[in-house]
Structures are given as structure tokens and as C-alpha cells.
Write a protein that binds this ligand. Structure first.
Ligand SMILES: Cc1ncc(C[n+]2csc(CCOP(=O)(O)OP(=O)(O)O)c2C)c(N)n1
Ligand SMILES: [Mg+2]
Length: 310
């Protein structure tokens, strides 16, 4: 878990670097600060379980098993990328590990995850689908329709709300009728649990229980993970709408990587030297992925019309 969270952090720091150097088209929504959610969730899943992701999706993809090189290549629009350079930062999918795709449409993956869960149930497998979405997406109408279906059909789906406190520049309290988003679970007729999204072990335990229940036919669960993004909404946003005190508090007290490091030292399962070695090794791997992506070719123009369904 520690290694995976560090990998996501380093990957995102390099995406920032790649963006500021002008090596990638478009922009990216960084996941720095939220690593414990993706890693806590995906470490409770099997390879053949499904996830759907969001515009802030790099962490979900890596946690579900994506490799660094095709990830970075996709972000730079190269043919070696997961979607042959046609998806970019916001649309990375990897069916081989059950990642049904990130989605630039906020709330657009409710239907995809719920459909995957319906498919698993219809085929009689014990696969589970996790739908990642934000506090902003929690106000999209499709959630009402799909969560209701999941409840009446007892579908093996987990609605995983990453409450990072803001939708773009708006604090969630300003646009949400409930203080705890998880309170809506009761109205859908499903189990709901709110967890500390900065603590990877807490996230893991809660999702593990929800997954076990779903596998046994126990139906859907709504999980709200409280978290915080350390960077702006996207790489071009300096986030002037929040205070330095607020940001400092989260970075000092709730950094998920630091929290796990502290816990591992306390339980004497890792030394500082071992943790530093993981940091250094991961840094080297991400630098190699950037090099790989930089040197990889762009797709040929005639490929623009391949793989299109319209
Ligand atoms: C349907 C739709 N509406 C609006 C947008 C523009 N938009 C992109 S991200 C975003 C905020 C999403 O907030 P949240 O769900 O909390 O996710 P976060 O960015 O905090 O991870 C909005 C409004 C969009 N991409 N899709
Ligand atoms: Mg948000």
C-alpha cells in the first residue's frame, strides 16, 4: 500500500512537471493528497473486479494495476498509451485489469459501474464493481436512477464518493443539502458508511467488508471517504478560493503517505531507510516512464478514425 501510494504521488508530481514543460496536450487533474482512497479501495479488489473512474483518475488506474509507461504515454498522446493516445489524461481505460475507464463527464460513470454489476449478477459471477465519484458528482441525477436500480436488484456495486471538499472552486457544503453525503444512502435503501479517506487502512477495511457482502449477494454499499486535494482543481488552478491555513492543516495532519509511514514505524514493520528506498526506487521508475513516453512516437494521422463507434 505504501509503495502504491508513493507511486501515485511521484507519478502525479511528474505529470505536473510534464505539463509545465509543455510536453503534454490539454491539462490534468492531480490526485495528490487523495492516494489513500484509491489504494485502500483497490487493494480490497481482485483483478477481475471492475472500477469506473473520473476526470481525476490517474490514482485509480495505477491502484487497479495500470503500468507507468503506457499511463504516461497516454497522457502525452502517444501511440504506446493505454488508449493509443486518443484518450489522454481524462480517459484512460485498461480492460485487462477491470478498469472500465476514467470519464470526463462528471457523474457519467454511475451507469457504467451499475451496468457492470448487473452484468456480473446476470452472468452468475461473484465480481464486484466500484464506482469512484466526487462530492460534486454526488449531485448528478443519474446517481438517483442507478442507485435505486442497484438497491432493488441487489447489485454488487459500491458507490465510492471521494469527498475532497470541493467541486471545482465550490465547497461542497454550498451546493449539497446534507452535511454528510453518506446520509443519502438511507434514502436509496442501501448500507452507507463514512470513512477517514486519509487513512488507507481504514478505507481498506470498510471496502473489504462492502466487497465481501456484495460477493455474497448482500447488495450495494455507499461509501463516503473524506479526503482533500493538495493541488488545484487542475494543473492550471492556483486555488485562490481556499485558505492557506486550511491547506496547511491537511498537508501537515492528513497526508496519507505520512500517516501510513508513521503507523509502520510505530508497529516496527518498516524502518526509515526502507521507506526511503521505496521512495527512491519509485522515483527512478517514474522518471523512466517519462523518458519512455517522451521518446515514443505519436499515432499516425490515418489512425484517427480507427476504434470509433458512432
Ligand atoms: C457533466 C459535467 N458537468 C460539468 C463538468 C465540469 N467539471 C469538471 S470537474 C468538475 C467538478 C467535479 O467535482 P467533484 O465531483 O467533487 O470531483 P473533484 O474534481 O473534486 O475530484 C466539473 C463541474 C463536467 N466535466 N461534466
Ligand atoms: Mg470534489
Amino acid at each position: 500500500m505504501y509503495r502504491k501510494m508513493v507511486e501515485i504521488r511521484k507519478f502525479e508530481e511528474h505529470v505536473w512537471d510534464v505539463y509545465t514543460r509543455g510536453w503534454m496536450p490539454g491539462l490534468a487533474h492531480l490526485y495528490i493528497g487523495e492516494e489513500a482512497v484509491a489504494v485502500g479501495v483497490c487493494s480490497a479488489l481482485r483483478d477481475d473486479d471492475y472500477i469506473t473512474s473520473t476526470h481525476r483518475g490517474h490514482g485509480h488506474c495505477l491502484a487497479k494495476g495500470a503500468r507507468l509507461e503506457p499511463m504516461m504515454a497516454e497522457i502525452m498522446g502517444k501511440e504506446a498509451g493505454y488508449c493509443r493516445g486518443k484518450g489522454g489524461s481524462m480517459h484512460i481505460a485498461d480492460m485487462s485489469v477491470g478498469n472500465l475507464g476514467a470519464n470526463g463527464i462528471v457523474g457519467g460513470s454511475f451507469g457504467i459501474a451499475t451496468g457492470a454489476a448487473l452484468s456480473a449478477k446476470t452472468r452468475g459471477t461473484d465480481q464486484v464493481a466500484v464506482c469512484f465519484f466526487g462530492d460534486g458528482a454526488a449531485n448528478q441525477g443519474l446517481l438517483m436512477e442507478t442507485a435505486n436500480m442497484a438497491a432493488i436488484w441487489n447489485l454488487p456495486v459500491i458507490y465510492l464518493c471521494e469527498n475532497n471538499q470541493y467541486g471545482e472552486h465550490t465547497p461542497y457544503q454550498a451546493v449539497t443539502g446534507v452535511d454528510k453525503i453518506v446520509d443519502r444512502a438511507q434514502g436509496f435503501g442501501m448500507e452507507g458508511v463514512r470513512v477517514d479517506g486519509s487513512d488507507v487502512l481504514v478505507v481498506h477495511e470498510a471496502v473489504k467488508r462492502a466487497v465481501e457482502r456484495a460477493r455474497k449477494g448482500g447488495g450495494p454499499t455507499f461509501v463516503e471517504a473524506l479526503t482533500y486535494r493538495f493541488r488545484g482543481h487542475h494543473v492550471g488552478d492556483a486555488a485562490p478560493y481556499r485558505t492557506k491555513e486550511e491547506l496547511d492543516w491537511w498537508m501537515t495532519n492528513r497526508d496519507p503517505i505520512e500517516l501510513l509511514a508513521r503507523e509502520m514505524r510505530r508497529r516496527r514493520v518498516a524502518t526509515n531507510a526502507q521507506l526511503n528506498e521505496i521512495q527512491e526506487q519509485t522515483e527512478r521508475e517514474v522518471v523512466e516512464a517519462v523518458e519512455f513516453a517522451r521518446n515514443a512516437p505519436y499515432p499516425a494521422p490515418e489512425q484517427a478514425f480507427e476504434d470509433l463507434y458512432a
